[in-house]
Design a protein around this ligand. Structure first.
Ligand SMILES: [Zn+2]
Length: 397
């Protein structure tokens, strides 16, 4: 078999990426507001666009009737691997910024996170179709709502995975491209409430005799800091260390009143090999100990966002993706870790397939100033198409 990613093959794909067509798709998607839980309009538009292009389109509800997911396929007709492109259509809840292109940069809500990347994936499918470049296997695009926290909880992509919308490898066009992430920490967010019985009262009218929720909270913060210190010993060469981080704490109303509640929030991050159960038990037993010690009640919401994951750098997905990157940019990416959690963690942990997060070098995610170089959208489209060319034609083993 000839090298699927020869210089000629790379050049053919790069020439076939149609910048204007890609930008038109990106503008269409960015131009339809889709804050998390309200992505139905943009999902409908994307589905119509893909159907008009001749792709086989499905709309699985995937647990969220208000905005069914979008699934589109391109099949070579021959057996082989299926490469999946997965993206979220929802954006964070910020004022809407319409799309515009200026001096080679596209601006607008979601262009960085991650409608620009989805448009690049759509363009990759068109390039594969137009050039009949898929000799085996197929490509599947999945797009969904409910990604961005705290409005979404990842439930729709979880349902897609549970319903079997899983390829043999997944690429996710989040704004991450400086390394090839093969490992990522798990993450949970917690909110703790330290409370006491009764009502708020004046310090001199019994307040001084109440259990202090502030002292209870302070003791808890001290204990969590000790645990974080211990976690410094749990490290991974690429992914860094486990951590327990407190990001905010609030209590009290005025200087001489005994409050009834203290609230604190933070995150726990862990490495592959540590289980969610271990993490949760350690957290909950610490809360019980501090509650007993300080005479307060302590309860918590401990919400697991995504589990930790690690993939083998020798996976065909990693090898073919790196070959595609190298074909387009001249060199492979260094192997590294993904500093945040995303839906890729779920594809590995729940879907049992390798997943790589790789998108445009875009800026301003989760702000009103999202911007993405047009050249990056074009680059990602070429990398996605070339990864498919090499990944899908390999034999299934
Ligand atoms: Zn995103």
């Amino acid at each position: 078999m000839s090298d699927p990613l020869s210089k000629a093959a790379v050049a053919e794909v790069q020439q076939a990426v149609d910048q204007e067509r890609l930008l038109a798709t990106a503008s269409t998607l960015v131009g339809i507001p889709s804050p998390t839980r309200s992505a139905a309009d943009v999902a409908d538009r994307l589905a119509a666009l893909l159907a008009d292009e001749g792709f086989a389109v499905e709309r699985p509800v995937a647990g969220y009737e208000a905005s069914p997911a979008v699934v589109a396929r391109l099949d070579s007709g021959s057996p082989g691997r299926v490469l999946q492109f997965n993206g979220h259509l929802d954006t964070v809840h910020l004022p809407f910024v319409p799309p515009r292109v200026e001096d080679g940069v596209m601006y607008g809500s979601g262009v960085s996170d991650m409608k620009g990347g989805i448009a690049a994936a759509v363009e990759a499918m068109r390039v594969l179709r137009d050039g009949q470049l898929l000799l085996a296997g197929g490509v599947m695009l999945t797009a969904h709502d409910l990604h961005e926290a705290p409005w979404g909880d990842g439930a729709q992509v979880n349902a897609l995975i549970a319903d079997g919308y899983v390829g043999d490898g997944v690429l996710l066009p989040e704004y991450h491209c400086h390394n090839c992430p093969v490992v990522g920490r798990g993450q949970a967010m917690f909110q703790v409430r330290v409370t006491r019985e009764g009502k708020p009262c004046h310090e001199v009218l019994g307040g001084i005799d109440q259990p202090s929720v502030i002292a209870g909270g302070a003791r808890l913060i001290e204990r969590l800091a000790e645990i974080d210190c211990e976690l410094q010993g749990l490290t991974h060469q690429l992914a860094g260390r486990e951590s327990l981080f407190v990001g905010q704490v609030h209590s009290g109303e005025i200087f001489n009143q005994s409050p009834v509640q203290l609230m604190l929030e933070g995150t726990r991050r862990w490495l592959p090999g540590t289980t969610v159960e271990t993490v949760r038990e350690q957290f909950e037993s610490t809360l019980s100990e501090v509650a007993a010690e300080t005479g307060t009640n302590i309860e918590a919401d401990f919400r697991v966002s995504r589990n930790a994951y690690e993939i083998d750098p020798d996976e065909p997905l990693v090898r073919t993706f790196q070959a595609a990157v190298s074909g387009v940019s001249g060199e492979e990416l260094p192997l590294g870790s993904k500093p945040f959690v995303d839906d890729g963690n779920a594809f590995v942990a729940m879907g049992g397939v390798p997943a790589i997060t790789h998108g445009p070098a875009a800026l301003g995610a989760h702000t009103v100033n999202e911007e993405c170089p047009v050249s990056e959208l074009v680059r990602v489209a070429a990398v996605y198409a070339l990864t498919a060319v090499a990944f899908c034609q390999s034999e299934l083993t």
